[in-house]
Design a protein around this ligand. Structure first.
Ligand SMILES: CC(C)(COP(=O)(O)OP(=O)(O)OC[C@H]1O[C@@H](n2cnc3c(N)ncnc32)[C@H](O)[C@@H]1OP(=O)(O)O)[C@@H](O)C(=O)NCCC(=O)NCCS
Length: 172
């Protein structure tokens, strides 16, 4: 299987936008993607990776090391986006993207990865559920809820925070 995960390039804009629209009910605007792609991988900027099979982009992930919060002694890697094209899901591509994010977070000496998911994507058994996927990868809901996280389908929806702590795992 000719599978590769690579750092994004600015010329990925149309491919990434297409994936984002297919994966998210709240896709980012073109200008936001352009900014993210222009700085992807640079110090203190978000990192975007693309998973390709036979050179066809099938999924992507976006994460960023957050600046330390005052009074909080934790280095957080925030996973902003993770998507695999419908039709090629459940073949392990999402897992490979999470593992890539994880390896980079550990290399950057993060203590944890955090992500936020709209509450309607946390219904076990529902086709859109992602909580099962996150649990499988060692993420747990923190219990903190972000009220009115996203506006979609004509109303505000709350967000659930999930975290995976590394507990001292270091890069080899
Ligand atoms: C979440 C997402 C990236 C998963 O991608 P994927 O390529 O289907 O994931 P994988 O094939 O690697 O799945 C890994 C495992 O999780 C399991 N899994 C996937 N979705 C699941 C769910 N909703 N509930 C329980 N388990 C799930 C798979 O069965 C698989 O288990 P297995 O290895 O024992 O077979 C994909 O569903 C997606 O793009 N969703 C829409 C975007 C989104 O909501 N992103 C937010 C993610 S935080």
């Amino acid at each position: 299987m000719d599978l590769q995960i690579r750092l994004s390039r600015p010329t990925d804009i149309n491919v990434i936008r297409d994936l984002d629209i297919k994966c998210y009910d709240y896709p980012l605007e073109m200008a936001e993607w352009q900014d993210l792609l222009n700085s992807s991988g640079k110090d203190d900027c978000a990192r975007i990776v693309v998973v390709e099979m036979f050179k066809k982009a099938l999924g992507f992930a976006v994460w960023k090391m957050l600046p330390p919060e005052s009074g909080v002694n934790e280095q957080v890697c925030f996973l902003y986006r993770l998507g695999v094209r419908p039709g090629v899901r459940n073949r392990g591509l999402g897992s490979k993207l999470v593992e890539t994010c994880e390896a980079h977070a550990i290399k950057m000496q993060a203590d944890l990865i955090r992500t936020t998911v709209p509450h309607f994507k946390c219904k076990v058994g529902d086709p859109d559920d992602v909580s099962g996927f996150l649990h499988k990868h060692g993420f747990n809901a923190t219990g903190h809820i972000i009220p009115e996280y996203k506006f979609m389908f004509g109303k505000w929806t709350d967000g659930y925070i999930f975290e995976k702590h590394f507990n001292g795992v270091t890069a080899c």
